[in-house]
Design a protein around this ligand. Structure first.
Ligand SMILES: Nc1ncnc2c1ncn2[C@@H]1O[C@H](COP(=O)(O)OP(=O)(O)OP(=O)(O)O)[C@@H](O)[C@H]1O
Length: 257
């Protein structure tokens, strides 16, 4: 559903993404992990066509570069890490922006568009905030509103850059479960960067570990989340156990590295 081969991005005179590929099929969830500055967000931006890059990105087997912005927006929704939000816009109107690819030029949103936005806000526990100004929200509320806009887009591919960093435990679970349900029910394809390695291993089918711009490991969570790989690339001392479902659980070791 979404593929990238030999993608490189040069910023500030160096390759911050170097020769990275990925291949995510319909209904799969890929989590991109790696230390700060590894190039995770930049790789997502390259896939979105938001940053100049070498290599090829395909969406639904079509070269992404050939897609017009409206066609691309119907195929891929992207929630950036911390976008600038228009402070005076209401939460509802901001979520409604996700419907832009379906609204005719010079036209208005339909009743269906408003219902989709309302339903997404409801599922993210945001209905009561619908009339609030976006500029007045807490960090976690803002993060869920950004996600609401992306989900309102109803695109078959969802790219999420650190979607849960500002969320409390309950809202993290709510967001991850919602995304998981959507991919199971509707075959949504999900690519997300995630800092919480246990959470990444719990929800994703496969992980891509990046370090210094390169893909240094890829595979099933248990293949990538090993004490050796995490220790080396995060410069951290960790203990990794298997949870009840066999997925890896990553613990920090006090006193390390
Ligand atoms: N416009 C820019 N000019 C120069 N360097 C940049 C630019 N944007 C990003 N970088 C650098 O590219 C590298 C990769 O950044 P990126 O945001 O992709 O990392 P990341 O893996 O998402 O990190 P984090 O976990 O901290 O969010 C970093 O070293 C960053 O400083």
């Amino acid at each position: 559903m979404i593929g990238a081969s030999a993608v490189s991005v040069r910023l500030g005179g160096r390759d911050v993404v170097a020769d990275v590929g990925l291949d995510v099929h319909r209904g799969e969830w890929l989590a991109i992990i790696g230390p700060n500055g590894a190039g995770k967000s930049t790789l997502l931006k390259a896939v979105m066509g938001l940053v100049a890059h070498r290599g090829e990105v395909t969406i639904d087997s079509r070269p992404a570069a050939a897609l017009k912005p409206r066609a691309r927006a119907r195929l891929v929704a992207y929630a950036p890490q911390s976008p600038a939000l228009p402070p005076d816009m209401s939460v509802f109107d901001y979520a409604l922006l996700g419907r832009t690819p379906y609204i005719p030029y010079l036209g208005r949103e339909s009743g269906h568009d408003r219902r989709v936005a309302a339903s997404v806000l409801d599922r993210l526990d945001l209905t009561e905030l619908g009339t609030r100004r976006v500029g007045e929200l807490s960090g976690g509320e803002r993060q869920r509103v950004v996600l609401a806009r992306a989900l309102a887009q109803e695109a078959p591919v969802l790219l999420l850059d650190e979607p849960t960093t500002a969320l409390d435990l309950g809202h993290q679970q709510q967001v991850l479960e919602l995304v998981d349900r959507l991919r199971r029910a509707d075959g949504l394809t999900v690519v997300t960067t995630l800092h919480d390695l246990t959470v990444a291993g719990l929800y994703a089918d496969s992980l891509l570990l990046m370090a210094e711009g390169r893909a240094v490991a890829a595979g099933r969570p248990a293949q990538v989340l090993t004490e050796a790989l995490v220790g080396r690339h995060f410069d951290a001392q960790v203990k990794i156990e298997r949870g009840p479902d066999g997925r890896p659980v990553v613990h920090l070791v006090r006193g390390g590295p």
